[in-house]
Design a protein around this ligand. Structure first.
Ligand code: R5P
Length: 294
């Protein structure tokens, strides 16, 4: 691993240090900040000539990060890095993958086209692939998709008594069924109707047979948390126990985390693809194993 270097984009130090330690890849040093006029300053301290450089940059709230990240990636190219791998545990702009209304920008396409020329390999975790079924449809470079399902299953199996897994919508069935299979737990998938960015309805589930189980809500992204909140509220009405809410990506916009806490779940648990106090499922081993093989 001597010819490699790993760089934490600001905010990604914890995960980067874990990967660096596990793979014995030295950590690089960068200085990324804003000038008083808001423009970005980027400096690379290390010599990267002929090295494989791994940049760890999770991409929630991507707009502010994107330009300095591109500057860093271009700087690595200009400094003759042999290969540039971007580890983006949360990959931005995966949700607007079609025109819902005439005239809308399909930003998943635009974003992939913007970033692809700057990297040689992309590694991400459970990107929002619903209508698009493979990253190859979007990314013209090798893109490795890692899945949190097995580690979520292990968490459910070891930490939750008598679980029944609940997916809030049909899109969630893919990972809820996978988690349920390995956790050897039953699962339900509900129906969700989204009326706007901050408004969703969830159908009341057929829960009578699971009244004495612990409901475990599982979703890929928790953003406004409206999906989780509506589901928690509906479960309350049915008289089920307060659920455990599990999300892969803790985006948590604005006040959504405290709104979800106030809805009354017994626990909120997320994976560490985005640093957040709710992180309790460590996915670093998935990334380490992938990088070990690459
Ligand atoms: C939707 O397709 C996703 O799987 C999530 O259900 C959604 O992103 C959650 O968003 P929010 O937290 O804003 O309800």
């Amino acid at each position: 691993m001597n010819n490699k270097l790993i760089i934490a984009f600001p905010g990604n130090e914890t995960l980067t240090n874990t990967i660096s330690r596990e793979l014995e890849i030295p950590g690089g040093e960068i200085d990324v900040r804003h000038f008083p006029d808001g423009e970005s300053y980027v400096r690379l301290v290390n010599d990267v000539n002929d090295k494989e450089v791994i940049v760890v940059a999770t991409l929630h709230y991507p707009n502010d990060k994107f330009l300095p990240l591109l500057f860093l990636l271009q700087l690595l190219r200009d400094s003759r890095a042999r290969k540039i791998t971007l580890v983006a545990p949360y990959l931005a702009y995966m949700r607007q993958d079609k025109q819902f209304k005439p005239g809308e920008a399909i930003t998943s396409n635009y974003f992939s086209k913007l970033i692809t020329p700057y990297i040689d390999h992309l590694i991400t975790v459970d990107p929002h692939l619903h209508r698009i079924h493979s990253m190859a449809e979007l990314y013209a470079i090798p893109a490795t998709v890692l899945h949190a399902a097995d580690l979520i299953s292990d968490y459910v199996r070891h930490s939750i008594v008598s679980p029944v897994l609940i997916g809030p919508d049909s899109e969630s069935e893919q990972w809820v069924s996978a988690v349920a299979f390995r956790a050897q737990a039953p699962y339900l998938v509900l129906e969700k109707h989204r009326h706007g960015e901050r408004s969703v309805d969830i159908s009341v589930p057929q829960v009578d047979r699971y009244r004495h189980h612990t409901p475990v809500l599982i979703d890929d992204i928790i953003s406004t948390a409206r999906t989780m909140i509506e589901t928690v509220e509906h479960l309350k009405i049915t008289g089920m126990r307060p659920p455990v809410c599990i999300g892969v990506h803790a985006v948590f916009s604005d006040q959504s985390f405290s709104d979800l806490v106030n809805a009354g779940p017994s626990k909120i648990v997320t994976c560490n693809t985005i640093p957040h106090p709710s992180n309790a499922i460590d996915l670093s081993s998935l990334i380490v194993e992938t990088l070990r093989k690459s």
